[in-house]
Design a protein around this ligand. Structure first.
Ligand code: ADP
Length: 191
């Protein structure tokens, strides 16, 4: 199973991805997590990405495309993978299509988590409080506003992109965590 979880920051992509990892054994490929690990490790990619991430902008496409390309064929992806936070714009989506095609792979489904935007501020505020070791550098009101702006401009058009490909499904991301998981499981059972 190869799927994308799509949705604005705080929609619950990471939470649902982790559930899919434990329930189905798929690998979670979160570009946000990978970039934060690169920042923490002080690698070249991390140095390049840190300030961009802190202000809520997108890191360059070639960086994330490269990261994903290296990951999809790893052994832990044998049962499938969940793309979480990637692709985030049309150029990345096109690069992904090309990459999968070249590797003889195909996306099974794209699941869009639909949420009420004004509630995302509360969710992120809550996450900032609960994060062990202190909040993420971009979990504050200023960066979140920027992340939402970037989401609308660059990521939301992917809903149409994948709708046109006939692979888009939507779930109610405002439901309880388990109810969202149940909706996702139903979709996976069908595709
Ligand atoms: P969010 O909760 O905002 O969806 P993520 O953990 O997915 O957070 O991403 C955090 C930051 O990492 C983004 O704001 C961006 O700077 C960077 N990032 C993650 N994925 C991508 C991507 N696919 N393309 C460009 N930048 C990315």
């Amino acid at each position: 199973m190869k799927l994308i979880l799509l949705g604005p920051p705080g929609a619950g992509k990471g939470t649902q991805a982790q559930k899919l990892v434990s329930d189905y054994g798929y690998a979670q490929l979160s570009t946000g997590d990978m970039l934060r690990a690169a920042v923490a490790a002080g690698s070249e990619v991390g140095k390049q990405a840190k300030d961009i991430m802190d202000r809520g902008d997108l890191v360059p496409d070639e960086v994330v495309v490269g990261i994903i390309s290296d990951r999809v064929e790893a052994p832990d992806c044998a049962k499938g993978f969940i793309l979480d936070g990637f692709p985030r714009n049309t150029a990345q989506a096109e690069a992904l299509d090309k990459m999968l095609d070249e590797k003889g792979m195909k996306l099974d489904t794209v699941i869009s988590l639909e949420v009420v935007e004004k509630d995302l501020f509360d969710r992120i505020e809550q996450r900032a409080k609960e994060t062990v070791g202190g909040p993420r550098a971009d979990d504050n009101v200023k960066a979140l506003k920027k992340r939402l702006e970037v989401y609308h401009e660059q990521t939301a058009p992917l809903i149409k992109y994948y709708g046109d490909q006939g692979v888009l499904k939507t779930v109610d991301g405002m439901a309880q965590i388990d109810a969202v998981s149940a909706q996702i499981s139903d979709i996976l059972a069908e595709v």
